[in-house]
Design a protein. Structure first.
Length: 145
C-alpha cells in the first residue's frame, strides 16, 4: 500500500478523494507540491482470512479485530494487538529510526506506530519502511478455529 500511494496513480486517487470530500487544502496547511499529498495521509487497517481450520489476522496500527462468540469461556477473543508507541518493541524501533516517544505519541504527535502512508514519519532514506519511525509492516497472527 505504501508503494501504491507513492505511484502517480495512487497520488491521483488520493487527490480525487480529497476533492470529492470537499477538502480545500489536502495538505492541512502544511504546503507542498501536489505529489506530496501522501506525505500527510495515512490510515490503519485490519484484515481477516478464514479457512476451514484457522483464522489469519493482520493489522497495522490501532485498528482492532475481535472474534465474538455466542457462548463459551472466551466470548470475545482478540485477534489483533494495537501498535502503540509506548509498547517496548515499538518504542525501540522508533528510537532506532531517530524518532522519540512523548506523551505516548511518535514525535509527540502520532498516536500509533504502524500505519499505511503517513510518510512524514517514514522519511529516512537509509531505512526500509519496516524500520522507519512508523512502519507499514503489519503483524500477522494465526489461531485455530
Amino acid at each position: 500500500m505504501d508503494n501504491m500511494m507513492k505511484e502517480p496513480n495512487g497520488v491521483a486517487r488520493l487527490k480525487q478523494i480529497a476533492d470529492e470530500q470537499g477538502s480545500a487544502d489536502p495538505f492541512n496547511g502544511r504546503g507542498g507540491e501536489e505529489s506530496d499529498i501522501a506525505k500527510f495521509t495515512g490510515c490503519t487497517a485490519t484484515v481477516v482470512l478464514i479457512t476451514q481450520s484457522h483464522y489469519f489476522c493482520a493489522n497495522s496500527g490501532d485498528s482492532r479485530t475481535v472474534l465474538a462468540r455466542s457462548s463459551g469461556s472466551e466470548m470475545c477473543y482478540p485477534l489483533s494487538e494495537d501498535h502503540k508507541p509506548e509498547n517496548p518493541i515499538e518504542r525501540a524501533r522508533i528510537e532506532s529510526a531517530g524518532g522519540f516517544v512523548e506523551e505516548n505519541r511518535v514525535n509527540g504527535s502520532l498516536a500509533l506506530s504502524r500505519a499505511l502512508g503517513d510518510f512524514e514519519y517514514k522519511s529516512s532514506a537509509d531505512l526500509p519502511y519496516t524500520q522507519q519511525m512508523v512502519t507499514c509492516e503489519p503483524e500477522l497472527r494465526t489461531c485455530s478455529r
